[in-house]
Each structure stands twice: as structure tokens, then as C-alpha cells.
Design a protein around this ligand. Structure first.
Ligand code: PHE
Length: 356
């Protein structure tokens, strides 16, 4: 059946004619389509519910009864053909798009992946964990005290009244005349002792940040860390302190570390001492780190002053105690061979990564 068949009615012939024209137009149009979106618009325009082909089918009713089905078949054949052509065009478009992407991106999936860099614990964290572990092994628990402290706790209750020359040893950040950033972990001795409420034995360490108004240089930093330790009981004596410090030094620095105690002065201990270890860098021969003495100071220590015991709620006629305070950075620098304290605070991952 075609539009030139003179046996057909004029209406049918003209409709067939339109279908033929539509087919030609559609196929030409399809050739020019270059995107998925255009293709969708094309589909709607021809095959949609209000599309051109649907309109043609609606007009079947105007044709003589016996000619309708043949025209309907012709229209449906065109629908199928257009659907196939659309699918084919769609595949071509996608293939072309892929080819363009591959051309542009040049991705070599056989290259090895980028290594995923894992974070590491800060060397001070590592050192502190080890130190706390050593003291825990000797029966010390951990007491965390506060960083913003009263002048009274940081000084007065530690036997350093206003105007005491020992205040000069610790350049202090004052928040206001009564409140300071703690210059030492020693106020933790009092706060810690008070939580024991007179019970014995008292045995704890206080790790934490301390603040001093010192300009930063190779061995000073306005923020650093200390680990305080205190033990109070009946019959605690100086040799107990010596044993604990010696045991700590051997465990932390190794069994061959030599150490010595020298007389020193702190208002809150009596007698007072300082512990030196043989310089880890030059092994005692003398170098710039130990200022050519062969020794490095790592801790202040002594027997807890009776005034401090009393301020902590203990009777100095019944109990005695020892205390010590160590600089965490100093200990970590010696153990890890780090020659500048500022590196700990530099946030330089090249430095930090080394201690994984
Ligand atoms: N608090 C002292 C300091 O910062 C160290 C210390 C602690 C000394 C405990 C004796 C006893 O220098």
C-alpha cells in the first residue's frame, strides 16, 4: 500500500503521504542530532503522547473502515523504525563521548596507586606514654591537674609566698593578680594529695602542660610539659626517692645510663636535689648539648616540705614523702636525639613522621 495507489481514498493517500514525509524529515533530523538531550527532545516530538506520529494515528478514524488497519500498520512500522534509530543514535553518541573522554583523560589504570600516608602519634605523646607506663609499673597512678591555677596553689601553698625570691626562677603568665597559667605541675601535688583525703599511701604522677614567659630558643619554649611525681607514707626516706629515680632513668634511657644527684634548692622540698644523667648525645665526653659537662639535668626532686604536706592534708609528724618533677621535652630530646625543642611545636610532618 502506498500513497500512489489510485484505488485508495484521497484521505488515506494524503495521510500516507504525510507519514512518508514525516519519515524522511525524521531521519534527516536524526542525523544532525549530537547530544542525548536533543535525542530525548526528538523522541518526544515524534513518539510522545502528544507527538506527531500520535496525531497521525488519531486521524485514522477519518479514513474508510477497510483502509484503517493498513495505515495503522504503516504508522506503527514507522514508530518501530524511529525507536530503533533512536537507540542506534544513542549508542553512537555514547561511543563518541567515551572516545572523546579517553582521548582527553589518558588515564593509566595500571599505574601504582598513591601511597596513603598514615598519621603518627606525636613524639611527646609517645614519650609520655612510656614514662607513665614506667611509673605505673612502680605503683603510681595518674592525677590530672589544672593548667589555669591560682597564684595560691602555684606558689603560696608550695611554700613560695608573695615576694619570695624563688618566684624569679619561673617567669609567670598572670591571667590576673590571683590567677596564673601554672608554671609547674607541682600545684598538682597539693590538689592530688587533697583527693586522697588523708589515706595512705599516696603515690601518683601529674603529667601536663606548663607555661613560662620565656622566649623560644633551642631549649626553651613558653609552653612545655612536666611530669610531677609524689609519694607519701609512713617511713618514706630519701633512698626511696633515689631508687625510684634510678629505676626510672634505667628503664627510660637504658641499663647503662649513668646518673647522679646533686644538691639543689626548691622551696617545697627539703632537702632538695637535681638528677643529672650522663649526656646521651656525647655519652659523657662533652658536647654543645651538655655544655661540655657530660651531664644533663633531667629532674628536680626532694623530700616533700612539711608545710606542703600540711597543705595537702597530711600531718608531717606522722608521714613523710618525696616528690620530683621532670621536663618531658628534655627527656624526649635526649632519648630521641632531638636538638631543638621548637621542633616539637613546629607541626612539620617531616619531623613528626620519623617517630612512627
Ligand atoms: N617544680 C620544679 C620545677 O619546675 C621541679 C620539682 C618538682 C622539684 C618536685 C622538686 C620537687 O623546677
Amino acid at each position: 500500500m502506498d500513497e500512489n495507489d489510485v484505488s485508495l481514498s484521497t484521505a488515506t493517500r494524503s495521510l500516507l503521504d504525510e507519514i512518508g514525509e514525516m519519515e524522511k524529515d525524521a531521519l534527516t533530523e536524526l542525523d544532525g542530532i549530537s547530544s542525548g538531550q536533543e535525542l530525548e527532545e526528538f523522541r518526544t516530538r515524534y513518539l510522545g503522547r502528544k507527538g506527531l506520529l500520535t496525531k497521525v494515528l488519531r486521524r485514522l478514524g477519518e479514513l474508510p473502515q477497510e483502509e484503517r488497519s493498513a495505515v495503522g500498520q504503516r504508522a506503527n512500522a514507522l514508530r518501530r523504525k524511529l525507536e530503533e534509530e533512536i537507540t542506534r543514535r544513542n549508542q553512537t553518541l555514547r561511543r563518541e563521548a567515551l572516545a572523546r573522554t579517553l582521548e582527553r583523560e589518558q588515564l593509566d589504570v595500571t599505574l601504582p596507586g598513591l601511597p596513603f600516608r598514615r598519621g603518627t602519634l606525636h613524639p611527646l605523646t609517645l614519650a609520655l606514654r612510656e614514662i607513665v607506663d614506667i611509673f605505673a609499673g612502680m605503683g603510681f597512678s595518674v592525677f590530672e591537674s589544672r593548667e589555669v591555677e591560682t597564684d595560691e596553689m602555684n606558689f603560696v601553698l608550695l611554700n613560695i609566698p608573695p615576694g619570695h625570691p624563688a618566684r624569679d626562677m619561673q617567669a609567670t603568665f598572670y591571667v590576673n593578680p590571683e590567677v596564673v597559667l601554672r608554671t609547674q605541675t607541682s600545684p598538682g601535688q597539693i590538689r592530688g594529695m587533697r583527693t586522697y583525703q588523708g589515706r595512705l599511701p599516696v603515690r601518683f604522677v601529674v603529667p601536663g602542660r606548663v607555661y613560662r614567659r620565656d622566649p623560644a630558643d633551642v631549649s626553651h619554649h613558653p609552653v612545655f610539659h612536666q611530669i610531677e611525681g609524689i609519694a607519701v607514707d609512713r617511713d618514706i626516706s630519701f633512698p626511696n626517692l633515689v631508687w625510684v629515680l634510678e629505676e626510672f632513668a634505667r628503664r627510660f634511657f637504658g641499663p647503662d645510663t649513668r646518673f647522679r644527684l646533686c644538691p639543689s634548692y626548691f622551696p617545697f622540698t627539703e632537702p632538695s636535689a637535681q638528677m643529672d644523667v650522663s649526656c646521651i648525645i656525647c655519652r659523657g665526653k662533652g658536647c654543645s648539648v651538655c655544655k661540655y659537662s657530660g651531664w644533663l639535668e633531667v629532674a628536680g626532686a626532694g623530700m616533700v616540705h612539711p608545710v606542703v604536706l600540711r597543705n595537702g592534708g597530711y600531718d608531717p609528724t606522722e608521714v613523710t614523702g618525696f616528690a620530683f618533677g621532670m621536663g618531658l621535652e628534655r627527656l624526649a630530646m635526649l632519648k630521641l636525639g632531638i636538638d631543638d625543642i621548637r621542633l616539637f611545636y613546629s607541626c612539620d610532618t617531616r619531623f613528626l613522621r620519623q617517630f612512627a
